[in-house]
Design a protein around this ligand. Structure first.
Ligand code: GLN
Length: 463
């Protein structure tokens, strides 16, 4: 489908769009693939996004609709309010159709750590959908109608499912979108973003949800540009960090697709330069990310004790509270959540803090500065979105934790730095989609959308 056609479709389809058609398509596809946690019937709304359907990652609160963050611990939690992003979409006229499956609390790379169902990849049902916003990526690829899918990324959870499912995903700058109503994973890293079939869809979605929110003091008051007024760009300065290409585990097919696209961009007039930045290598970014993310996650999970909300048992059956808490937490959390609680608590312990947490925080500051430096020279940076195509579900489940973490080496660095990332489909390898990841300076979403849009057109011309 050409870009112009998809933009037109997005705007025109809503005119002769029937609620029930979309609803039954969603139900059909979901019964096969399992990407939804709950489907609800969209209300009619009026506004600029009238009749555009949207779905929301299950870690984001939706009024009276289950918001379980993929966890048994809060399996029946029905919030009394809508997260700011949900409210903004509804106010703009979009129709809410339910919640998408995910890794428990966002802990994962394949959505195989979900307490409820492991979604299947629409391109090959034996393969994973990516994570942690896996359901959010799969639904976009599976359903024919253009929709806005709200995801959340802590260390790559939007880029990853976008790449594995062959859709577009925008992870905005930290603070660009309000986190009010998000069930936190790691507060200093979490970012809510959008997945859609086209760059236009993600730009339209971000335009609606971005901007200052009185309920989140980390949200930025910078004005929100008209992202969806897309413009062609062809004379960009593109930087490619060599460390993000010379990566253990980078599959040949993924590398080939990346290099072919870079050549294409060069032919079109871009100026491309490969450069060295040892700080961007997997050996640096992975430990820094996992130390900080686990430390923050372990504090966030402390509140799930069976006292105020969530999974609970009868306290009368226990001799003391320690026994009660530990039983509730042993039963309510999955294996990966427990691993992160243990490691995160260890990292924060007196005596280890300086050795791990403080050191990782220093690496993070250096990384931020280094990204800033590189954007003095380049408009955007590019690398593959993920080092591989979506693995088979059974292969993913057999990986050791550190092997799973290693898959995140191209996405955790940008997340640590809080910079925006756009993942666009970049052809296939062995029948599965691969992605191109475009990185921009803080609040540089506009240049990412324009770059992604030009790239989409370039690829469409080739097909
Ligand atoms: N795979 C990474 C992790 O498990 C990133 C997940 C995310 O962004 N939520 O932490």
């Amino acid at each position: 489908m050409s870009v112009e056609k998809s933009v037109k479709d997005f705007l025109e389809k809503r005119e002769n769009y029937s609620n029930s058609d979309f609803y039954s398509e969603l139900e059909d596809k979901n019964s096969e693939l399992g990407f939804m946690r709950e489907i609800v019937e969209g209300d009619e709304n009026s506004g600029t996004l009238q009749n555009i359907p949207f779905v929301v990652k299950d870690a984001i609160c939706t009024e009276n609709v289950t918001s379980s963050a993929g966890s048994k611990m809060i399996a029946d939690y029905k919030p009394v309010f809508d997260a700011t992003v949900v409210k903004r979409l509804k106010d703009a006229g979009a129709q809410f159709y339910g919640k998408t499956n995910m890794d428990e609390f966002g802990f994962g790379t394949f959505s195989t750590n979900c307490a409820f169902e492991t979604p299947k990849n629409p391109h090959d049902h034996e393969r994973v959908v990516g994570g942690s916003s896996g359901g959010a990526g799969a639904v976009v690829a599976a359903v024919d109608y253009p929709l806005i899918s709200i995801g959340e990324s802590t260390g790559g959870s939007i880029t990853n499912p976008a790449a594995y499912n062959g859709v577009v995903g925008i992870t905005p700058t930290y603070g660009r979108v309000s986190r009010h109503g998000l069930i936190d994973y790691a507060n200093s890293l979490d970012k809510i973003g959008v997945l859609a079939k086209t760059v236009y869809g993600t730009a339209k979605g971000l335009e609606i949800i971005a901007g200052k929110d009185e309920n989140d003091h980390t949200s930025s008051s910078k004005s929100v540009p008209r992202y969806s007024e897309l413009e062609d760009t062809d004379d960009l300065n593109i930087g490619i960090p060599k460390q993000m290409l010379e990566l253990d585990g980078l599959q040949e097919g993924v590398k080939e697709n990346f290099e072919k696209s870079i050549e294409l961009l060069e032919e079109k007039g871009a100026n491309v330069e490969y450069f060295d930045e040892p700080l961007f290598s997997a050996e640096v970014v992975l430990p820094a990310y996992y130390i900080l993310a686990m430390a923050e996650a372990s504090t966030n999970l402390a509140k799930f004790s069976g006292m105020r909300y969530g999974y609970e048992k009868d306290p009368e059956d226990f001799s003391d509270f320690n026994e009660y808490f530990s039983e509730v937490r042993s039963e309510g959390f999955g294996a990966e959540a427990k691993r992160r609680i243990l490691l995160g608590t260890y990292i924060r312990k007196a005596g280890y803090r300086d050795k791990y947490y403080v050191k990782a925080a220093k690496v993070r500051t250096k990384l931020i500065n280094s990204f800033k430096e590189s954007f003095k020279k380049y408009d955007v940076l590019m690398c593959p979105s993920m080092p591989n195509i979506a693995p088979k579900i059974e292969e993913a489940e057999a990986l050791r934790p550190e092997e799973m973490y290693a898959m995140d080496s191209l996405t955790v660095g940008p997340n640590l730095a809080g910079i925006p990332q756009l993942s666009v489909p970049n052809g296939k390898s062995k029948g599965m989609p691969t992605g191109l990841q475009i990185l921009g300076p803080h609040f540089g979403e506009k240049v990412l959308f324009n770059t992604g849009y030009s790239f989409e057109k370039l690829k469409a011309e080739q097909w």
